[in-house]
Design a protein around this ligand. Structure first.
Ligand SMILES: *Cc1c(COP(=O)(O)O)cnc(C)c1O
Ligand code: SF4
Length: 481
């Protein structure tokens, strides 16, 4: 069949469809076939509307704070809250003393310390703090804490084992994770690195990766000695807390190593204190210098950030991301799936669409790591798989995050769907990681997602062994479920 006859076939079928459903004229007099996609409601475009105005004035401590002060990153840093008594003082009568007592008790049992910027304090819903998705991530409440799954660990990913020098993790073939600093502009309850990040708590004495140029030199020397290392993630801790000159030194030193082709600067700061991009000119210039050096040398620098909920994105975020975009800096997002925060298809889709709207590429959604003290935050693998199904197909493929499980024990990140075997009754998933380590590696659903009978089995050590042996055997026999 010739090309022209093909075209004629397509034409005639199109005409037939039009004649079955008459087109409607829109306000410009243009003709569209409205039935193909019904008009959307205002609510369906919610992702493109950002929290506006001086929203912080609703918090007693910030009611007199003007725009200029609130947009000053150093004011934000100086007024970040690190104790429950400061929090009590800041939110005052907006919240019941009983709730704050519950937070105080929660912190006594928590692996992570407190740090909240005034910006985040202003975004927490103090009228319903128990259910606020921002509160849940940063402030533990004793009443909602749950007993840990018996398989949780402080260093769940076993990072210590893959560290050739302190604060450098070389797990994969061509990429490594560099931890130059152990502090962040916020402390997240669910931090993977609760064994090292932030100050000590009643629960955990931290292994600290403080800023230390001698330790950095050791890491640089190791990276240079390994020609296969092309990709270095600068994490921590958080690169937001490095001084401008430190960030520039680390970035330029790494990019000057011949084998290094790509670096990523990991910071949750954009979600916690976007003010830094608007007012810390030195830091912004340092990032820009590193980015331009990378481009000039045909290398790559990207910022990896960490938004978990669409409400974390405001007009201030939009302005900050516009500046990074104008400077040609690529930003990707890594979110953590958490119960009560973003574990519905609707919230996750909204997050993905809002990030895309401000030119942040949603890169990963992690299943929550099996670290201590956060059983209430974890979701089952089945939840991650179900949500992924709804998110995929909504928007551009390059803005569709991959849902991954960072395998307990150090197998690295795996697409959640790629399990060898998953028993939804016992909550055990078996993965292999041929490019990383032999394995097998196991992920365990949180106890609250399992039946009463199975929870009883998890309380018994012998039963635990039976369930795990069964899963590993089923996997090696080639069963998926
Ligand atoms: C996550 C991670 C990386 C980067 O992995 P990507 O999948 O490329 O984002 C590198 N090293 C370690 C140890 C990591 O945990
Ligand atoms: S910002 Fe990142 S490194 Fe810091 S506490 Fe949160 S998850 Fe951990």
């Amino acid at each position: 069949m010739s090309i022209s006859s093909d075209v004629r076939v397509a034409d005639s079928s199109a005409r037939r469809t039009v004649s079955l459903a008459p087109a409607e004229a829109n306000s410009n007099g243009l003709l569209f076939r409205r039935h193909v996609k019904p008009p959307v409601s205002h609510a369906e475009l919610e992702h493109s509307r950002f929290l506006e105005g001086e929203f912080w004035r609703g918090i007693p401590a910030y009611s007199e704070i003007d725009r200029e002060t609130f947009l000053d990153y150093s004011w934000q840093a100086r007024h970040s809250l690190t104790t429950t008594s400061r929090l009590r003082h800041a939110v005052g009568e907006r919240v019941s003393p009983a709730f704050l007592d519950d937070v105080e008790l929660g912190f006594h049992q928590a692996p992570m310390a407190m740090r909240l910027s005034p910006y985040i304090v202003s975004l927490i819903d103090w009228d319903d703090p128990y259910n606020c998705p921002l509160r849940i991530q940063f402030l533990p409440v004793a009443r909602r804490l749950m007993t840990d799954h018996p398989r949780t660990h402080l260093d769940s990913l076993n990072e210590q084992e893959d560290a050739p020098v302190p604060g450098l993790i070389h797990r994969y073939f061509d990429k490594a994770l560099f931890l130059p600093i152990s502090t962040c502009p916020v402390y997240c309850r669910f931090c993977t690195r609760s064994y090292a990040v932030g100050s000590d708590t009643d629960e955990v004495k931290k292994l600290s990766f403080r800023v230390n140029p001698d330790r950095w030199q050791q890491a640089f020397a190791y990276i240079e000695s390994r020609p296969e290392l092309e990709d270095i993630v600068i994490s921590g801790g958080d690169a937001y807390n490095l001084r401008a000159d430190q960030l520039e030194e680390i970035g330029l030193t790494l990019l000057a190593i011949p084998n290094v082709r790509r670096i990523r600067i990991a910071t949750k700061g954009l979600a916690i204190m976007p003010q830094k991009i608007l007012s810390d000119q030195a830091w912004l210039d340092a990032v820009t210098t590193v980015d331009q050096y990378a481009r000039k040398h045909q290398k790559d620098m990207v910022i990896h950030t960490h938004f978990n909920h669409p409400r974390e994105i405001t007009w201030i975020t939009q302005q900050a991301l516009a500046i990074l975009h104008q400077r040609g800096i690529t930003v990707r997002n890594q979110a953590v799936l958490q119960r009560g925060v973003n574990d519905t298809a609707e919230t996750m889709t909204q997050l993905v669409r809002r990030l895309s709207y401000i030119n942040v590429h949603p890169y990963y959604v992690y299943v929550c790591d099996m670290v201590r003290g956060i059983e209430d935050l974890r979701t089952s693998l089945a939840t991650a798989i179900a949500i992924e199904k709804h998110v995929r197909g909504y928007t551009a493929g390059f803005n569709t995050p991959t849902f991954v499980c960072d395998l307990p024990g150090g197998g690295g990140k795996r697409c959640v769907h790629s399990y060898e075997y998953y028993n939804r009754e016992t909550g055990i998933a078996v993965y292999v990681a041929p490019s990383v380590k032999p394995g097998p590696f196991l992920y365990f659903d949180p106890l609250h997602s399992l039946s009463e009978t199975t929870r009883t089995r998890w309380a018994d050590e012998q039963e635990q062994r039976l369930m795990i042996d069964e899963a590993v055997q089923m996997a090696s026999a080639g069963h998926r479920s």
